[in-house]
Design a protein around this ligand. Structure first.
Ligand SMILES: [Zn+2]
Length: 135
């Protein structure tokens, strides 16, 4: 995916729901990551956004419209993205403790107000533990 330092399309609609103006948030739009504040895009985050880009199936307007309106759809999209992010982390980090801290951080983000608190932490950990890991 290419990364551009720009606001994504539909930013006004996105900001109305998530209040992300001025925050270091990145946005998937087809084959592009919009990174308006030039935040660091780690390989794990790149993998996360790739899942969104793929699942937009060439129609990011439809995907974003559903994503903004429907917390159940949003959760259904964020679970595989967060799982892929963690799997990518595990692929490049063998240390058990580092993995455990990262798992906790990613689950916390999945349950966070950033996504409209669409799930609880314990539930998020449950989803994350189902991540298919390469050894
Ligand atoms: Zn996401």
């Amino acid at each position: 995916m290419k990364v551009v330092v720009e606001l994504p399309p539909m930013f006004a609609e996105i900001d109305k729901v998530f209040h992300v103006a001025g925050k270091q948030v990145i946005f998937a739009w087809n084959d592009t990551i919009f990174n308006p504040h030039g935040a660091t895009v780690t390989p794990e985050l790149q993998t996360h956004e790739e899942v969104h880009g793929r699942r937009q199936h060439g129609d990011p307007v439809r995907w974003w419209t559903l994503y903004l309106a429907d917390p159940a759809f949003r959760l259904q999209e964020e679970i595989p993205a967060h799982q892929a992010e963690y799997a990518e982390f595990c692929r490049t980090h063998a240390d058990r403790n580092h993995r455990a801290r990262t798992l906790h951080m990613i689950a916390q983000r999945l349950a966070s107000p950033l996504y409209g608190s669409m799930t609880g932490y314990a539930e998020a950990m449950g989803y994350m533990r189902k991540t298919v890991q390469t050894p």
